[in-house]
Design a protein around this ligand. Structure first.
Ligand code: PEP
Ligand code: MG
Length: 889
């Protein structure tokens, strides 16, 4: 294969092979934008290297060929002592992984060529500054020298000179620093800094390849669900310099505000600096708008390019650029990350601008973003003690205890604390802490600093650049103006939407999007927030195009009502066991303890009217819509007191010489019902087979409720569902009982009663014999919780604690199969059951009511295999509506 592509040979659709950066550099080159010449080494070369530990055959030759062309284009040669070509070696994977992988700048400098650079640039200080940066970056990323060694001596050099900015170090200082840096390399790497430029380039390329597998990159990929087998490309680009004086600089720009979506000039600029200074937030940047004053020509050109890019990509783009002595160069562009609110706003703005259609707009947002917008936010009416104002880097309302390091953040959050990670600035080593924290606060760096970019990517609340705060990580204290001190463990509240920081806990309120779904905000109202309007437009579109219906899992009238307001088209699962709890527990206990048919029937008769009343309410709330009611599922011991507690109670009573007949009988029952594996035991349909009258009572309550609802003018659409069926005879037994009950109810109530009897498919055997089951069952609902549990043989109640973290860490799966459907295994069973079921009973109604019904990726799968509906918790209903719409395009 071809391992190396010149930028002119590349385009934006080659991300798999050339990574995002390489593909977009190619695209910009083809658009005629000012991109420094260069070439890209493919991800395939990276994968070959990672697999074998050596560069694939032919790579070196291809690099030489492209390098020769690059030298020709630039009229300079790598390592030339008179006029050296310098290059940057930059990572660039398919998916952007900000700050996760390596980059080495100024490759090509050595003890000789540094003189040539000094002469050519007419600036000795610049040449030595570039050289010391190369040794520092190369030493750290390629040779594995701890970066602090370099930073410490740089700091010491500034201190001994009595200056604070590295701009105040002169050529002589920097020349000395280069010597010290070289000594550091020898001391800590056990080898000298390589003087051969080609060797520098090759080693830097290897380091970029290797950086694909650094722990922080692995963690980031897992968090972002990026596959681990993609590898990174490497871009070798002719250097342009932002550190050639005050007429040079480097910056980042967005074509729109990535936080709000508003159009305008957004970005940061830093004079006389190289790119890594901006991203690391080391010196404070100025807003991009200031560039107009600093260098109007470059500013205007940049605006023009931004417009070109936005129209070309038909989306928000972010850009890295450098100005070298008044000449603008584009170093990178990509379709930019954005907040959830911005995603909705931008998508509809682009529709209004005629750049995309509504289907495309819908594909530009997703359920995770919608879910984020439904989070609560701080109550503006509450009393709030504001201690700082930073930049609104990533929205959300986070409350938690202050911690100053990643380790503590992880430790405290593991023990159930909400924490806010407070740092001067973050770097990739803080990643674990950022994941663990509820929110992130930094005192330095702009909206494009590491903290901001990573937090936005994770959907985590972040305020950055709160400059009036002084973060003292050693003393573990945060100093705010007016002598306020916040110590580790103190609570603060951070508003990522406004950039405000408050002392103590601020109460939170519903988001406007939830109020919109609740019907409290009218998007047609002119005053309505444009975000509400944008969400409304996209939701309408999704509802118009989706094939699947969305139902909800609800057991109470309140949940049912809310879900209906949120757009649910029925109930996909009412778990009747919830109706056996609370005050009714005593009745249920008596039922379990009943030792004669008579006693049992008496208890059932007492439960009947209670259940019936529950169902009437539910049917009212869902009038005219299908309501799936599941017969009792959990093992009976769940309704009895805990065995240990009860034993103690009995023992204490005995010691006191008291006789507690009731407790004693209860204890015997608990022992009798005890199972080693209750999840595989007497539950679901098995209860119905074993306990006479139980399912009949429930069926009677349901059907009498339906009759009652009909009589009061309602339209009940009842679906009775039998859980945990493995075999058609089990189902048949229960079905015949229900039919008998229906006959009796019809006769007694003399109303027309229509209903369906169906089953859950939540055991592998049920899926595999779905054709037989479909002979008897009028609908299927996939219980993917139990189906996952029984397919993998994982106990759904225990795995998270027991070993999932190890599985996730080792990449055995990227996400828990209880969270997102395992398509290959569990999904295959669903597919088989769909095929077999419909082959027996064409038009068989199919749905899903496991947790996966509200998971975006799973929704797409269920759409693809042809389910009629998904059912999920009320709050996930809007997410499922959106994803079901997106799944159709
Ligand atoms: C399931 O197993 O997926 C299901 C919906 O039932 P439950 O979670 O109640 O076992
Ligand atoms: Mg189940």
């Amino acid at each position: 294969p071809k391992f190396v592509y010149a930028f002119a040979e590349a385009n934006k659709d080659m991300k798999d092979l050339l990574g995002g950066k390489g593909a977009n550099l190619g695209e910009m080159t083809r658009l005629g934008l000012p991109v420094p010449p260069g070439f890209t080494i493919t991800t395939e070369a990276c994968l070959a290297y990672l697999a074998t530990g050596r560069e694939p055959d032919g790579l070196a030759e291809e690099v030489s060929e492209q390098l020769a062309k690059l030298e020709q284009a630039m009229g300079k040669r790598l390592g030339d002592t008179e006029d050296p070509l310098l290059v940057s070696v930059r990572s660039g994977a398919k998916h952007s992984m900000p700050g996760m992988m390596e980059t080495v700048l100024n490759v090509g400098l050595n003890d000789e060529s540094v003189h040539g650079l000094a002469v050519q640039a007419g600036d000795e200080r610049f040449a030595y500054d570039s050289y010391r940066r190369l040794i520092q970056m190369f030493g750290k990323t390629v040779l594995g020298v701890d970066g602090e060694h370099f930073e410490d001596v740089l700091e010491a050099a500034k201190q001994s000179k009595g200056v604070t900015s590295d701009l105040d170090l002169d050529a002589k200082d920097l020349r000395e620093l280069v010597q010290v840096y070289k000594d550091i390399v020898v001391e800590h790497a056990g080898q000298p800094f390589p003087q051969d430029p080609r060797e520098q380039m090759e080693l830097a390329t290897r380091a970029v390849f290797d950086s694909w597998n650094t722990p922080r990159a692995v963690i980031y990929r897992r968090q972002e669900r990026i596959p681990s087998n993609l590898g990174t490309a490497v871009n070798i680009v002719a250097m342009v310099f932002g550190n050639l004086g005050m007429d040079s600089g480097t910056g980042v720009a967005f074509t729109r505000d990535p936080a709000s979506g508003a159009q305008g000039i957004y970005g940061d600029y830093l004079q006389n600096a190289q790119g890594e200074d901006v991203v690391a937030g080391i010196r404070n940047t100025v807003p991009l708008r200031e560039l107009e004053r600093i260098d109007k020509r470059s500013y205007n050109e940049l605006l023009h390019i931004m417009q070109t890019l936005e129209e070309h990509y038909r989306d928000l783009c972010d850009i890295e650029f450098t100005i070298e002595r008044g000449k603008l160069w584009m170093l990178q562009t990509r379709v930019g990350k954005r907040t959830a609110a911005a995603a909705f706003r931008i998508a509809t703005q682009l529709v209004d601008q005629g750049l995309i259609d509504m289907t495309e707009a819908m594909s530009r947002v997703n359920g995770a973003q919608l879910a984020q917008l439904m989070f609560p936010r701080f109550d503006e009416k509450a009393e709030r003690h504001k201690i700082a104002q930073g930049m609104n880097a990533s929205p959300g309302a986070a409350v938690g205890k202050v911690v100053f390091d990643s380790y503590t953040a992880v430790k405290w959050s593991r023990s159930g604390e909400q924490v806010i990670l407070v740092r001067r600035e973050t770097n990739p080593d803080d990643l674990n802490g950022m994941i663990a924290a509820a929110g992130i606060l930094t005192s330095r760096g702009g909206k494009t600093s590491h903290a901001a970019v990573v937090a936005r990517g994770m959907g985590k609340t972040c305020v950055c650049g709160a400059e009036t705060l002084d973060v003292d990580t050693k003393q573990r204290v945060l100093h705010a103006p007016h002598g306020i001190e916040v110590h580790e463990g103190d609570v603060i509240s951070v508003d990522g939407g406004t950039g405000e920081v408050f002392l103590g806990e601020v109460p939170v309120v519903d988001s406007p999007i939830v109020r919109y779904f609740e019907g409290e905000l009218d998007p047609a109202d002119e005053e309505a927030d444009d975000l509400v309007k944008a969400v409304d437009r996209i939701m309408r579109h999704a509802d118009g195009v989706r094939r699947m219906a969305i139902r909800t899992n609800a057991d109470t009238p309140e949940d049912a009502a809310r879900a209906r307001r949120f757009g649910a088209q029925g109930i996909g699962l009412c778990r009747t066991e919830h109706m056996f709890l609370g005050e009714r527990r005593a009745l249920v206990e008596q039922l379990i303890l009943a030792d004669t048919d008579q006693a049992r029937e008496r208890q059932l008769a007492e439960l009947l009217p209670l259940q019936r009343a529950d169902f009437i309410q539910l049917l009212r709330e869902m009038d005219g819509l299908p309501v799936t009611i599941r017969l009792l599922d959990p093992p009976l011991h769940e309704f009895l007191p805990d065995i240990t507690e009860l034993s103690v109670r009995v023992a204490v009573a005995e010691a006191r010489g008291e006789q507690r007949e009731g407790d004693l009988r209860l204890l015997q029952a608990v022992h009798r019902l005890h199972e080693q594996n209750p999840m595989l035991g007497l539950r679901g349909v098995r209860l119905g087979v074993v306990i006479p009258g139980l399912f009949q009572m429930q069926a009677r309550a349901i059907l009498e409720a339906a009759a009652e609802h009909t009589k009061t003018g309602g339209v009940p659409r009842v679906e009775i569902m039998v859980p945990l069926v493995a075999n058609v005879q089990e189902f048949e037994t229960v079905k015949q009982d229900i039919i008998q009950v229906a006959r009796e109810v019809r006769a007694a109530e003399s109303v027309h009663l229509e209903f369906l009897i169906g089953t859950m498919i939540e055991l592998p055997r049920a899926a595999l014999t779905a054709d037989q089951i479909a002979e008897a069952a009028e609908f299927f609902s996939f219980g993917t919780n139990d189906l996952t549990q029984t397919t993998w043989g994982f106990s759904r109640d225990d795995v998270e604690a027991a070993f999932f973290s190890a599985y996730l860490e080792k990449g055995i799966f990227g996400v828990s199969p209880f969270e997102s459907l395992d398509r290959e295994g569990v999904g295959e069973l669903v597919r088989i059951a769909v095929g077999k079921g419909r082959s027996q009973r064409p038009g068989l109604k199919l749905g899903v009511c496991g947790e996966h019904g509200g998971d975006a990726d799973s929704v797409h799968f269920f759409n693809a295999v042809g389910l009629d509906y998904v059912s999920c918790s009320p709050f996930r209903v809007p997410v499922a509506r959106l994803e079901a719409g997106r799944a159709t395009s």
